[in-house]
Design a protein around this ligand. Sequence first.
Ligand SMILES: Cc1cc2nc3c(=O)[nH]c(=O)nc-3n(C[C@H](O)[C@H](O)[C@H](O)COP(=O)(O)O)c2cc1C
Length: 405
Amino acid sequence: MPEKKILTDKIEKIDPGRIGSYGGFKALEKARGMSPEDVIETVKASGLRGRGGAGFPCGAKWEMAKNQAGDEKYLICNADEGEVGTFKDRHLLSQNPFALLEGIAIAAYAMGAQKAYIYLRAEYRYLLKGLMEAISQARTKGVLNDLDLVVQEGAGAYICGEESALMNSIEGKRGESRLRPPFPTQNGLFGKPTIINNVETLCNIPHIIQNGADWYRTLGTEQSKGTKLFCVSGDVPSPGVYEMELGCSLRELLDLAGAKDIKWAQVGGSTGGIIPVENLETPLSYDTVLGSGAVMVFNESRDVVDFVYRTMEFLKEESCGKCTPCREGTEVMVEILGRLVNGEGVAEDMAVLRELSGTMRLSALCGLGQSAPIPVLDTLTYFSEDYENRISQSLLLRSLKAING
Ligand SMILES: Cc1cc2nc3c(=O)[nH]c(=O)nc-3n(C[C@H](O)[C@H](O)[C@H](O)COP(=O)(O)O)c2cc1C
């Protein structure tokens, strides 16, 4: 299956420093000729789901915020992009910031927001100048009308990409997740109704408004409409951003990147699902695996338990520490996995990892702690032999040590 370039189509043709090269803001003009309710209906009918990871229906989120009482409402574009192996938002921000600004202007109009933020990943500071220039040009051209659009630099923490921690960060507080409900659409930034959308989600909006919901619904699968930007990295000859219709198989994507000798791929970032080589026909959609669209490829030379250990070390480090299941759970997992990697595993390790995973999935406060066990559980399913070998090696080492005194 070839790429299906919709969001990335203009990228090779426009000059990101010159608004004139973008070509018109026709979707924004069309949206402003519609009622906000009709814009929301169109987005709802398109079936667009959030591209930041959770896949929440975009139009429904907009409607919830629009229906809240009061005039003070906020729109936040989540450009934190801290997920491991994810670099699609950077591609869109740096190559075509005008599409994002058009999406923001349409979203703000539809929900009735007077103020919007772009929360930009701290490590993307080098993009700030270009983005500010694009905003300045958009303001001069009347794209933003009286929308107050602010770029807020991120706090440099993975958790600050999580929407509730992100709002805390903008408010000048520590980046920690909030208990839900209330949801951001009811009680978000500074206690006001707030929509938080990913960069890629917002970049879809001009295409949907311009071409209509029916056109958009012809792309993708029943539950997963449109295209998706996948970020392929790891053991592949041609890493990069690939735009594919949702529902394409992992094999089709990896063929484009020239991947060979695959042992497994992790889809969706550090907490994403593990797909072993036998399952490469898995379709990439919200029904199966997707997350942020990161696809990290690991070849035959890679060690599964070592990989899970390193992943868990990252998650432990990045846990905000507010809830016990995530703070302590990731810590204990690192301890167990570390023992396995260092030849000090015990027979119960696999069972304890499974049980702890179940507890974290059910009781952690936010997506970080709830999803951290996914790579553990998936590798215990598909690569149990690798864990068993580590335990056998540990037992053998202990016996040898006992014999040798
Ligand atoms: C630990 C964690 C990190 C996240 N990081 C990001 C991120 O960097 N960018 C993003 O758009 N969404 C991220 N999300 C998802 C957001 O919480 C939220 O679902 C998303 O911004 C909503 O926008 P969407 O509906 O357009 O996807 C993260 C979630 C979790 C649990």
